[in-house]
Design a protein around this ligand. Structure first.
Ligand SMILES: Nc1ncnc2c1ncn2[C@@H]1O[C@H](COP(=O)(O)OP(=O)(O)OP(=O)(O)O)[C@@H](O)[C@H]1O
Length: 450
């Protein structure tokens, strides 16, 4: 992810300059020296070279450019990111001090915990109260009650926020605890690196000697055999010595179709806690919380407009609020409903019903299963591709007016009987498997939010 953001960084800054009329002097002074330092699960850590631009840089950049940066990132990346800043002067100190394993530093240290993601700022609703209670119980008694804790749920629903909350809580209670938060992507990259440099022993030592391991978005290790293998041993070592493991995923273990059975059964052995999409009241409460944290004052009707129209992803909900605030400041206009409608017209188009196309279905299903649309259209018959493809067939029949022949043609030239078979299979499975039922409901909501 870091590479992608890095490769788009110039584009993001360019967008910011042109869209918001930043002068060349301001750009050269404040923005050009900013570098992407790290990207972890929708949080970009930006390095400020304060040695070059002087001590006031952090305040100036936060006050003047943070919001614009967030909006520009969202425009270019098509999804919102949080932005954290780190000073070059601090970094030197942190790096010099950093011990190979101990990762006590909360913010700018190797954990990159977002200081905002704590239990205090986590709004509790019916959709997440179980997961939140489980997370708190684990934070209070690490390694003792639920091990592993497996938190799962759709994109942008607060899994990372809960994981960071556990880490903050534990470190506040006992700053000497060795807490390590990583995404499974980072775990994989570090492993690849260790293999190349012949340092797998150090890699193992690092991961197997910590007290609490939080591993985010575990679904990305599916299909990566060596990573699964390594993670399996790490898991066992930690588990046997009663060290706490917390895992997050976009789906429950049993829907991780090609995950090795021995890992799946380890995951299922602990506590599974899901997070669903928030209801209207919770969405409003989350917006109010953000308003409070950002020191904003927003009219009720504007909040209602956002909460009514953005339903399934809290990141987008918050991104919408950021966007209208930026819009109002930049255009120097009052923040009211009219302005909100204008600012959010790309995201919300209330009078237009979204047209459901097979391509949209393919995209949503592929994303959910962590495969590419091209694989859905392909001839690949392996189960981790063919089953999602059958879900696409099922959904195309349910949500579009297309005939089975047309659906088959679109899905890589398949026979109408293949489509019918896929449809029947998924329909039967849904009846017998509540979790698949749930997944299909989530997919339908994503495809057709109304
Ligand atoms: N209950 C909540 N209360 C307050 N803020 C929340 C809540 N749930 C999510 N958020 C906010 O929504 C944003 C997205 O949450 P987060 O990054 O934790 O989602 P995620 O489930 O980890 O997403 P992904 O699947 O993309 O990894 C964050 O800014 C987070 O603070």
């Amino acid at each position: 992810m870091k590479n992608i953001i890095q490769s788009k960084w110039d584009e993001i800054l360019k967008y910011l300059i042109y869209e918001y009329g930043i002068t060349e002097v301001s750009y050269n002074t404040w923005l050009r020296p900013l570098k992407v330092y790290d990207v972890t699960d929708h949080v970009i850590t930006v390095l400020i070279n304060d040695e070059l631009i002087g001590p006031p840089s952090l305040t100036v950049i936060r006050n003047k450019y943070e919001l614009l940066l967030k909006v520009s990132i969202e425009e270019i990346m098509n999804e919102p990111y949080e932005v954290n800043f780190i000073l070059a002067s601090q970094l030197d100190k942190a790096e010099k001090k950093a011990e190979p394993v101990a990762v006590k530093k909360k913010n700018n240290g190797p954990n990159f915990l977002n200081p905002r993601y704590t239990f205090d700022t986590f709004v509790v609703g019916g959709n997440n109260e179980f997961a939140r209670a489980a997370a708190l119980a684990v934070a209070e008694n690490p390694g003792e009650i639920y091990n592993p804790l497996f938190i799962y749920g759709g994109v942008g629903l607060g899994k990372t926020h809960l994981m960071h909350s556990i880490a903050h809580f534990v470190l506040d209670q006992n700053p000497d605890t060795k807490v390590l938060y990583v995404t499974s992507e980072k775990f994989t990259n570090e492993l690849i690196d260790a293999i190349q440099k012949n340092t797998t022993n150090q890699f193992r030592e690092k991961y197997r000697s910590i007290d609490i391991l939080l591993i985010d978005d575990i679904q990305f290790i599916i299909g990566k055999e060596r990573t699964q293998e390594e993670f399996f041993h790490t898991f066992n070592t930690l588990h046997e010595s009663k060290k706490q493991i917390i895992i997050s995923s976009d789906r429950p273990p049993k829907e991780m179709l090609t995950l090795e059975d021995r890992l799946r059964s380890r995951f299922e052995h602990g506590l599974l806690a899901d997070i669903q999409s928030p209801d209207y009241e919770t969405r409003m409460a989350i917006l109010r919380k953000k308003e409070e944290l950002d020191g904003l004052k927003i009219e009720e009707d504007v909040m209602r407009y956002i909460a009514t129209n953005i339903k399934s992803n809290i990141r987008e909900l918050e991104g919408a609020l950021t966007k209208i605030v930026a819009f109002s400041r930049l255009k120097k206009r009052e923040l009211n409903l009219l302005l909100a409608e204008e600012a959010l017209q790309d995201i919300i188009s209330p009078n237009e019903k979204k047209i459901v196309t097979p391509e949209l279905i393919v995209e949503v299903v592929a994303e959910h299963h962590n495969i590419t649309p091209a694989e859905i259209y392909s001839k690949d018959k392996s189960r981790n591709i063919s089953y999602p493809r059958q879900i696409v067939m099922y959904l195309c029949r349910r949500l579009t007016d297309l005939s089975v022949t047309e659906i088959g043609k679109i899905l890589g030239g398949r026979d109408h009987s293949t489509v019918l078979h896929g449809y029947d299979k998924v329909m039967n499975d849904i009846e017998n498997d509540p979790s698949l039922h749930n997944t299909v409901d989530v997919l339908i909501k994503k495809i057709n939010p109304e």
